[in-house]
Design a protein around this ligand. Structure first.
Ligand SMILES: Nc1ncnc2c1ncn2[C@@H]1O[C@H](COP(=O)(O)OP(=O)(O)OP(=O)(O)O)[C@@H](O)[C@H]1O
Ligand SMILES: [Mg+2]
Length: 281
């Protein structure tokens, strides 16, 4: 069986400007592979092409040049689109735009209802999905009364009810407060670790990228670096040149090192920092 969940092969994407006959080159020859079961984070400045490449991953847009395959299916073939959308779900920034019903469980049922799935199976999927995001207690509640983090978890349950193999998250925590962000990130990690769902996460929060299997950094429509969180964030200088931050503790280690303190620059967590500081002579 093919181990690749998503393959982007030499993808070029141009947004056409219908008025002036000009175009904007948003994706400039990008190749990215996402393995089944992997947790990949995409980082990049505003306008670097993250959302555009993400939309290729569930056939919301089709490459101008090159190919995208989702679970082996070519996204440019119309007959594959239905299957691709069921295999690769997408979650966006604003939970309010993703919630359609006035009761949580009805909202989660909306997707599978549209697939024509029989009622008993829908019931089972709704209950199961709400449990997976830890929102089953709220199934009879009105979504608009929930917190941002809770709403976003309901939106995630709605995607889970379609039973996708892969979920692409485009800045799912951008509109949430710190506690909502934590809830949502915990949920996303659990979907990956416990249920084996392949995750692509776009974020501007470096702390959210630390636990990824792999980070892909984009700039001006290209992939500029790719590697483990430790590899990526230890390049503090490169990241700064691209206009990106690194996690706060990594930055601190970098500054200490500049001051002549003998500490490694690939520190990612507070625990690692404490360890390193205690080892200083
Ligand atoms: N519908 C559109 N029409 C024309 N140009 C677009 C359109 N959407 C995006 N662009 C341009 O394409 C480039 C990539 O945009 P994209 O939204 O993919 O970036 P991004 O990395 O997701 O940015 P952000 O961090 O702000 O979400 C940008 O220059 C943007 O202005
Ligand atoms: Mg974006």
């Amino acid at each position: 069986m093919d181990k690749k969940m998503i393959e982007c092969r030499d993808v070029v994407y141009k947004y056409e400007d219908s008025n002036e006959g000009t175009y904007k080159l948003a994706i400039d020859n990008v190749s990215i592979d996402i393995e089944k079961g992997e947790f990949v984070v995409i980082l990049g400045r505003n306008g670097s092409g993250k959302s555009t490449i993400a939309k290729h991953m569930n056939a919301l847009i089709i490459p101008t040049e090159g190919k995208v395959y989702v679970d082996g299916m070519d996204t440019s073939l119309q007959e594959n689109v239905w299957n691709i959308r069921n295999n690769a779900g997408m979650v966006f920034q604003n939970p309010d735009n993703q919630i359609v019903a006035t009761i949580v469980e009805e909202d989660v049922a909306f997707g599978p209802e549209n697939l024509g799935i029989e009622p008993n199976e829908i019931r089972r999927r709704v209950d199961d999905s709400l449990k997976r995001v830890n929102m089953d207690e709220y199934k009879k509640h009105a979504p608009h009364l929930l917190s941002g983090g809770q709403k976003q978890r309901v939106a995630i349950a709605g995607v889970l009810a379609m039973m996708p193999k892969c979920i692409i998250f485009d800045e799912p925590t951008a509109m949430l407060d710190p506690s909502g962000r934590k809830e949502v990130i915990r949920t996303i990690r659990e979907l990956n670790k416990k249920y084996g769902i392949t995750i692509v996460l776009i974020t501007h929060y470096m702390e959210e990228a630390v636990k990824a299997d792999r980070i892909v950094v984009m700039d001006t429509g290209k992939v500029v670096i790719e590697g483990s969180p430790r590899e990526i964030f230890s390049n503090v200088g490169t990241m700064k040149e691209i206009g990106l931050d690194v996690p706060q503790v990594t930055e601190l280690a970098y500054e200490l090192q500049k001051e002549g303190i003998d500490i490694t620059s690939d520190i990612l967590t507070i625990d690692e920092m404490v360890d390193a500081l205690c080892r200083l002579k």
